[in-house]
Design a protein around this ligand. Sequence first.
Ligand code: E4P
Length: 217
Amino acid sequence: MKFFIDTANLSQIKEANDLGILDGVTTNPSLMAKEGIRGTDAINQHYLTICEMVDGPVSAEVLGTTFEGIVEEGKKLALIHKNIVVKVPMIKDGIKAIKWFTDNGIQTNCTLVFSAGQAILAAKAGATYVSPFIGRIDDGSWDGVQLISQIVNIYNTQGFMTEVLAASIRNPLHIVRCAEAGADVCTCPLPSILGLLKHPLTDLGLQQFLIDAKSMQ
Ligand code: E4P
């Protein structure tokens, strides 16, 4: 399973990248706005900076919702860097645009996916990635990881090439369960990635090893 970081924060991206386990980055308009980025030039520059930091796919989301608008924006985003993946919402015009991008060799990430039916449509349009939002599904008392398993099963059965990118990750257990469910990619906030490191027995064991190591000197 590939690890993407789900943020537009440059210092968090650097911290995850320095671990040596980062395969890519996803952003969305809320994450970009949180960093105080305003205006097309600043947005494009920010994506370029991320692409120069991380050697892997970087999802950049379109802001338009019409077929023509999404295609125009996506073409410009794709020109920023070869690793840009155009992120497109799961709407009717979005599906049309994903098909257009597929036919024109531009990589896509179909976002805001909450059902297996939506995931089938994204795959039929040739999306490179499909992003089911598992945390937001859990928020409504449904099981987000169950949806990941269902989509993985459908894609394997049907031979769809679209990669399942588990999004809206809220904790380290989500990452573990997505790995079990066969997700191709998990896009995570930094605290969820760092949470994977934690175990009290590791801390206690190391504490004792350090004490014993000192007694040997
Ligand atoms: C990623 O592609 C999504 O935009 C993101 O994971 C959404 O996460 P949230 O539900 O925590 O906002």
